[in-house]
Design a protein around this ligand. Structure first.
Ligand code: ASP
Length: 357
């Protein structure tokens, strides 16, 4: 992937206290309204930077990398996730922290994917974006961007980064990336993390929620994992889902795993045809990962009679994982090319704080 590089030096004559690499991928933050097509389209980032001259007042050095062709995040894909991970890997020694400017639509997927790909991360990687383009007077872009930079450059009294994980910062909240979901397409409050507390709230001062932040570990050495396997699919249950739909999804050629979005605490219908289809898929070594359609709470297979069978036949409980983290985790786990039992073990247990046991 080609990209352009621009460096912004602080106004202050003092030596910069940190260096942050900003990677611009696109999204509403950097879009403009194209009068001809009456639509929002990604914009040249050099002009975007001109719209936030105040970043030069921050006392750290900021370098921008921009994808040659910025995208609406609806066009995000695993190749770009791997490319982003590689950029961070290549630039890891040169920068203290990383901010990724990204569209909101798939930000939770990207944050989840990066949390898996950036193995043993011990520097901050913060994704942010905006609901209104930065050129619009009422835009939330400036606050999101500037606070994300501040959070990324935050250090503890002993000089270590406060954050050493992939996060999303949006509308005053810092969230663990692989616990986040997009909840709003119009309010500024675009993201939430129902099953994990906020890592920080940025008001007049920044209130860190230290017990929930992954502790810094100086012995960690970043490893970039470069393979994701997309032989995965969602199966979202709904009353009335018919046999043919379930059959077709479970028989997709090359399929290795399904994230099955169930009801409540992981419950599903008990019609015999459905149970037979699930059993047949599991017998063909397709892994079924049970994730709830509820944003809050967790899967507890066997709690109700309507989930007991799933547990008996070996459906894997996703506990309180989000659908976004579940599908990207499956791509990551299958990308590891480990044996079937190891895949199940990795899915059932937290890899980087994406689920609770
Ligand atoms: N469609 C846009 C995107 O995800 C929405 C946004 O950035 O808020 O790129």
């Amino acid at each position: 992937m080609a990209y352009n590089k621009i460096r912004i030096n602080p106004i202050s004559p003092e030596p910069p206290r940190a260096s942050v690499l900003v990677i611009y991928t696109g999204g509403t933050l950097g879009m403009v309204f194209e009068a001809k097509g009456k639509q929002l389209v990604p914009f040249n980032f050099e002009q975007v930077i001109e719209k936030v001259p105040e970043i030069r007042r921050l006392d750290f050095e900021i370098t921008f990398l921009t994808l040659n062709v910025p995208i609406d995040s609806s066009n995000m894909n695993p190749e770009i996730w791997i490319e982003l991970a590689k950029i961070i890997g290549d630039q890891y020694a040169q920068y203290d922290s990383f901010v990724i400017l990204h569209g909101t639509d798939t930000m939770a997927y990207s944050a989840s994917a990066l949390s898996f790909l950036l193995e043993d991360l011990n520097k901050p990687v913060i994704l942010t974006g905006a609901q209104l383009p930065i050129g619009v007077a009422r835009s939330d872009a400036r606050e999101n961007f500037i606070t994300a930079l501040e959070l990324a450059a935050s250090v503890t009294d002993d000089g270590n980064p406060v954050l050493s994980e992939v996060c999303i910062y949006f509308n005053s909240r810092l969230l663990r990336g692989n616990r986040s979901k997009k909840q709003e397409s119009s309010d500024f409050n675009a993201f939430h993390s129902e099953n994990y507390p906020h890592l920080a709230n940025a008001g007049v001062r920044i209130d860190w929620n230290f017990p929930f932040i992954k502790p810094y570990d100086e012995h960690k050495n970043l490893n970039i994992w470069e393979k994701l396997d997309t032989n995965v699919a969602f199966l979202k249950l709904f009353p009335g889902i018919n046999q043919q739909v379930v059959h077709l999804i479970l028989n997709i050629s090359g399929l290795k795993g399904i994230v099955m979005e169930t009801y409540g605490a992981g419950n599903a219908m008990t019609d015999q045809w459905f149970l037979d289809a699930i059993t047949d898929a599991i017998n063909r070594n397709i892994i079924i990962f049970n994730v709830s359609q509820c944003d809050g709470g967790r899967v507890s297979q066997g709690h109700y009679q309507t989930s007991r069978y799933l547990k008996q036949v070996g459906v894997v409980s996703g506990s309180d994982i989000t659908a976004e983290a579940a599908i990207t985790k499956m791509m990551y786990v299958f990308g590891k090319e480990v044996d079937h039992a190891k895949c199940i073990d990795m899915l059932a247990n937290p890899v980087c704080g994406e689920m609770s046991l």
